[in-house]
Design a protein around this ligand. Structure first.
Ligand SMILES: *Cc1c(COP(=O)(O)O)cnc(C)c1O
Length: 374
């Protein structure tokens, strides 16, 4: 059983992926070839945002977004401490200071009610993360931001395709940033990412920053980065779009099936909440367990691969801990101890999913001592 079954996905899309890659090999425009604009147009239309700017990775999308906003040294950006490091890393790289606000224990997304208290005269932006594929309370966050003149950047690396109140992730705030890392809901075959906005000036700034701050060939009007996405990777995304809606549907069905089976099974695993006004595309299907190391070992012995997203909140990470109280953000600290991600992809079979559920029942109901002996 695969944690993310990319081989089965390739098998299903082989003809289109091979043909699209061959087309790039034939025209030879490996940098900024026609597939880049073609993908940008397709994804902008999909998200509902006016502009999509393809960039080298999800991390680069976040960095370019902050640079396009003109973040200044010492500017504060409010974000969740329970996320992948890239979220805070890009804030620091852009000269900013990450300010953490704790998560809701039932969704693991930033708690919008706690944001206002963290705003200071130096706050410039709020960067909520749509963790595991479900958006945070974006309208509440946008409202707080509007009251204080702040910009909201959605870290949508895990949520491309997700819906929130009739809109799509990446088009829920001023800027949305996603990743095409192979295992994300919409992945390529290497690194890739994109930034979405309906603000013409921000889109133009992002396009220039992506190519070393050039507004024209060898005319550098701002500091930029080498942040382009390869033509070949855009070709892969275009091919994957052919069955993306089916994949999302399948992910939602499998997510719902996991929830029903786990709830009925008596497995001692907590389920995350999905709010009524949005959906989750299950970039990760994550549950909450006690004594995670033992459960993970038992699952591994049963042939079920798992992962932990993420084992430490950022304010406990050596590179990000300075100046932060380790006891702060207790919901993030507790989630980091308990989260466990189970196999999930559109090609996960129901038979394999049933094996995961059975193994989890066994692993969480067996006393730790007997698992350790086994
Ligand atoms: C994957 C991910 C990123 C970074 O994306 P890359 O394409 O790997 O650079 C950023 N934030 C979150 C929440 C992610 O899951």
């Amino acid at each position: 059983m695969q944690f993310t079954d990319l081989k089965a996905q390739y098998g299903a899309l082989k003809q289109s992926i091979d043909a699209r890659i061959q087309r790039v090999l034939d025209h030879g425009q490996y940098i900024m070839g026609p597939e880049v604009a073609e993908m940008e147009q397709a994804l902008a239309a999909y998200s509902g945002a006016r502009h999509c700017v393809a960039v080298a990775s999800g991390t680069e999308a976040l960095l370019i977004a902050l640079m396009a906003l003109g973040l200044k040294s010492g500017d504060e950006v409010i974000t969740s401490p329970f996320t992948f490091a890239a979220t805070a890393e890009t804030i620091v790289l852009a000269g900013g200071v990450p300010v953490y606000v704790d998560i809701e224990p039932d969704t693991c997304n930033i708690d919008a009610r706690l944001i206002e208290a963290a705003i200071t005269p130096r706050t410039r932006a709020i960067m909520p993360v749509s963790l595991y594929g479900q958006a945070a309370d974006m309208d509440d966050i946008n409202a707080v931001a509007a009251r204080h003149g702040l910009v909201v950047i959605e870290d949508a690396a895990q949520s491309f395709g997700a819906s929130y109140r009739g809109r799509r992730s990446c088009n829920l705030s001023t800027i949305g940033c996603t990743s095409f890392f192979p295992s994300k809901p919409l992945g390529c075959y290497g690194d890739g990412g994109a930034l979405f906005t309906s603000d013409d000036a921000l889109a133009q700034a992002a396009r220039e920053i992506r190519v070393h701050g050039q507004s024209g060939r060898y005319h550098h009007t701002r500091i930029g980065v080498g942040g382009r996405m390869d033509t070949l990777q855009c070709a892969v995304v275009l091919a994957k779009l052919e069955r993306f809606d089916w994949e999302l549907q399948r992910r939602r069905e499998l997510g719902q099936r996991y929830r029903e089976r786990l709830a009925a099974s008596g497995a001692e695993a907590g389920l995350l909440a999905v709010r009524d006004d949005r959906d989750c595309v299950w970039a990760q299907f994550t549950v909450l367990v006690d004594d995670r190391a033992t459960v993970q070992k038992a699952l591994q012995a049963a042939g079920v691969p798992t992962a932990v997203h993420y084992p430490k909140p950022l304010h406990h990470q050596p590179a990000y801990a300075a100046g932060h109280d380790a006891a702060a953000h207790p919901c993030s600290v507790r989630a980091a101890q308990r989260v466990l991600s189970l196999p999930m992809s559109a090609d996960l079979t129901e038979a394999d999913q049933d094996r995961v559920v059975a193994a989890l029942v066994q692993a969480t109901r067996t006393p730790a001592a007997s698992v350790a002996v086994a």
